[in-house]
Design a protein around this ligand. Structure first.
Ligand SMILES: *Cc1c(COP(=O)(O)O)cnc(C)c1O
Length: 397
């Protein structure tokens, strides 16, 4: 049996491969340069062009692009009217921003456990967590597989809650044949470089609701408006505007918008390649009893953002931490998505205790995110498989 590099063997590859990486081509670069030579670096025509493109892609009526996915979640929570004393239900298996957006508004995040099959928030646990203080649900499409939107929408409707979909992973995915982005009260996207489509930084909120759309516009730009129907006082000149809410500067630049527009042209190609890699990984790992392959959610036609390797602890003599270190020694540099949000000291100090979401905690102890991105070569993919196989073979019970 071949010795893993961590035991003194030869690593499967000489140079490290990381879990995510952007793909930028000449068209992307030209699009950004063109903006830099134009009159508008911000608040220019690329903003509306990107918003239209996101509406066309998802079927949503309105899109508001912004500085990043976290700003998008904050604006969505504000537009939903989340405020001090409210509760917002979300999953712990996500990036901290999904819960932080409630804290930004003075509300309390409430964690509902995941479905152990799909790894997404369990609608039954959401319903059980509802109290008179609940205002909104933030559902995450973990790894790019759609959250259970039909049951979640039904629950939110019955209880008068706003459904915010944290779609940072979901661009390109369809739920029951419909593109994610048009299916919740509001859906947020992120264009961070590890996501499927990037603008360096960037975010968006999509909605079909005109009232929410108008609020999002206000929160993006200081709460300032020139819309005459909203003004309280008589304009005293053509320069006149009013601040009617406390908003932020959450604007996106035109350079970012141009880059995202150009990247979106490649989304079908990005999606195809990601699917191909997932298929190849699934094929290889489903034959190995030491590993558990993430179940495909049948309602979700997925553009996968993350590939989650799940270990079967009873079949291995090493734990996740040791498996992770053994992969790094092979130059396969992974990550873990995610540490349950309420494990963080900031949340502990707010009174959250471990043990509240056992399915999420068990998942966290067994997972590793493998490299998955468009620009991986077939050789890269085979290297990753070889490294995983080598380690699983060597440390089999
Ligand atoms: C990336 C991410 C965010 C935050 O997006 P930024 O653009 O980095 O602010 C929020 N939620 C999830 C699930 C994410 O993966």
């Amino acid at each position: 049996m071949e010795k893993p590099a961590i035991e003194g063997g030869k690593p499967v590859r000489e140079t490290p491969i990381y879990y995510g990486h952007q793909y930028i081509d000449d068209a992307d670069i030209q699009a950004v340069v063109d903006v830099m030579k134009s009159d508008y670096l911000t608040c220019g025509p690329k903003i509306g062009e990107l918003e239209n493109k996101l509406c066309t892609l998802t079927g949503a009526k309105y899109a508001v692009v912004c500085a990043n996915g976290t700003a998008a979640l904050h604006m969505a929570a504000l537009a939903a009217g989340v405020k001090e004393g409210d509760e917002v239900i979300t999953t712990p298996i996500t990036f901290a921003a999904s819960a932080n957006c409630a804290l930004y508004c003075g509300a309390r995040p409430v964690f509902a456990d995941i479905d152990p099959e799909t790894y997404n928030i369990d609608p039954k646990k959401v319903e059980a967590a509802i109290t008179p203080a609940t205002k909104a649900v933030v559902a995450v499409d973990y790894t790019g597989q759609s959250a259970a939107l039909d049951p979640l929408r039904d629950i939110c409707k019955r209880h008068g809650l706003t459904l915010i979909e944290d779609g940072a992973h979901v661009i390109g995915t369809k739920y029951k044949g419909q593109p994610n982005g048009s299916l919740s009260d509001m859906t947020t996207f992120s264009f961070h470089p590890v996501k499927t489509v990037t603008g360096g930084e960037g975010g968006a909120v999509l909605t079909n609701d005109e009232a929410l759309y108008n609020k999002l516009l206000l929160f993006r730009a200081h709460g300032i408006t020139r819309d005459e129907s909203l003004l309280e006082h008589e304009p005293d000149g053509p320069w006149y505007y009013e601040q009617i809410a406390l908003g932020f500067n959450y604007r996106m630049t035109d350079m970012q918008a141009a880059l995202i527009i150009s990247q979106l042209d490649k989304l079908p190609m990005f999606g195809r390649r990601r699917k191909e890699i997932v298929k190849r990984y699934d094929e290889a790992f489903s034959k190995m009893p030491e590993l558990f392959v993430q179940r495909e959610i049948p309602e979700s036609d997925t553009t996968r953002h993350l590939y989650i390797l799940r270990l079967v602890p009873e079949k291995l003599t090493i734990d996740r931490k040791q498996f992770f270190a053994a992969l790094a020694a092979e130059n396969v540099c992974c990550n873990v998505h995610y540490i349950p949000t309420y494990y963080f000291p900031y949340y502990e100090k707010l009174g959250y205790k471990r043990g509240i979401c056992p399915n999420a905690e068990k998942l966290y102890g067994e997972i590793i995110s493998l490299p998955l991105y468009y620009a991986m070569s077939d050789e890269d993919v085979e290297n990753v498989i070889e490294a995983v196989r080598k380690i699983a073979d060597f440390y089999r019970v």
